[in-house]
Unconditional design. Structure first.
Length: 109
């Protein structure tokens, strides 16, 4: 998705060019793009005999969808469980935790 958002419209080969080395195989990316299209995140237009893909969902909406899946699958659908996991793993600093608390408090107003 990152590559397609960056490019706007992209053929599979262009998506592959955006990927870090070692580049994934064409069929791997084609399968991933097909899955994203089946889920409604991408659509395509036919140019000649190839497809050019484009995003139909914003990065923000995609993040919301992905995070909901992660929280549901790995944290028993609990955002506090997710935050506690990262806090215990020391992936969130005290300053970041304070920032999160302040953000929550500002949403309550």
């Amino acid at each position: 998705m990152q590559a397609v958002w960056q490019l706007g419209h992209a053929f599979i080969k262009e998506i592959i060019n955006e990927m870090p080395d070692p580049k994934p195989h064409y069929n791997t990316i084609a399968t991933m793009v097909k899955i994203l299209e089946d889920k409604g995140f991408l659509e395509h237009e036919t140019i000649g005999n190839v497809f050019r893909y484009y995003p139909v969902i914003s990065k923000t909406l995609y993040q919301q969808h992905a995070m909901s899946d992660i929280v549901n699958q790995y944290f028993d659908n609990s955002y506090p469980n997710m935050l506690m996991f990262f806090a215990k793993q020391q992936k969130i600093s005290q300053d970041e935790l304070n920032e999160i608390v302040n953000l929550i408090k500002s949403q309550e107003k």
